[in-house]
Design a protein around this ligand. Structure first.
Ligand SMILES: [Zn+2]
Length: 189
């Protein structure tokens, strides 16, 4: 929980350039209020760390059978990785986030996920966001948004924040737009 609390307490600094960052504590507040809050998370080395871990998620995405990848970080260390393997395994639920979560559960157990940070190349769909909340992941960082992805592929038109706001029992901080351009380039063909 210490890591989780640090995440919550460091969302005060100014907005970094060339990013759309909307860090927020999603709770019972209304969705519009959360977006309006628009608090950035640029304290200390956080942006650099976010980009560093997002690059690992993007690397996973490049190796997936569809360009989505995720890494789960705890105490500054990657504890699990996942990439989309739905096409090769015939499992439509094998999204990068789900694979990373399942890998983490299999190798480290449920406690490791609680309060961790999940980095994903694409904003989680409703299924993955549900899993993220049920597992009590404390922070979500994504690159391309559902809206951006929907210009290229089918998407369930629900943002991660919209799902999270319906689950006040599982507070989570969400940061979007980290290396979004690089994530979208994976769909450029
Ligand atoms: Zn998903």
């Amino acid at each position: 929980m210490a890591y989780h609390e640090r995440c919550m307490s460091s969302s005060l600094a100014s907005l970094p350039s060339r990013r759309t960052v909307f860090g927020m504590l999603v709770s019972a507040a209304t969705l519009s209020a959360q977006y309006a809050a628009g608090r950035a998370e640029a304290a200390d080395d956080r942006p650099l760390d976010d980009e560093r871990f997002m690059r690992l998620a993007l690397e996973e995405a490049r190796q997936g059978d569809f360009p989505f990848g995720a890494v789960i970080v705890r105490d500054g260390r990657v504890i699990a990785k996942g990439r989309n393997v739905g096409r090769t395994t015939g499992d439509p639920t094998a999204h990068g986030e789900m694979v990373a979560i399942r890998n983490c559960l299999a190798e480290q157990g449920r406690a490791a996920l609680q309060g961790s940070t999940l980095y994903t190349s694409g904003e989680p769909c409703a299924m993955c966001m549900g899993a993220i909340l049920w597992c009590r992941i404390g922070r979500l960082v994504f690159a391309a948004s559902v809206q951006e992805l929907a210009t290229k592929i089918d998407q369930i038109a629900l943002s991660s924040a919209e799902v999270a706001t319906k689950a006040p029992f599982a507070p989570i901080t969400i940061t979007g737009g980290v290396l979004a351009g690089e994530a979208m380039q994976l769909f450029a063909k």
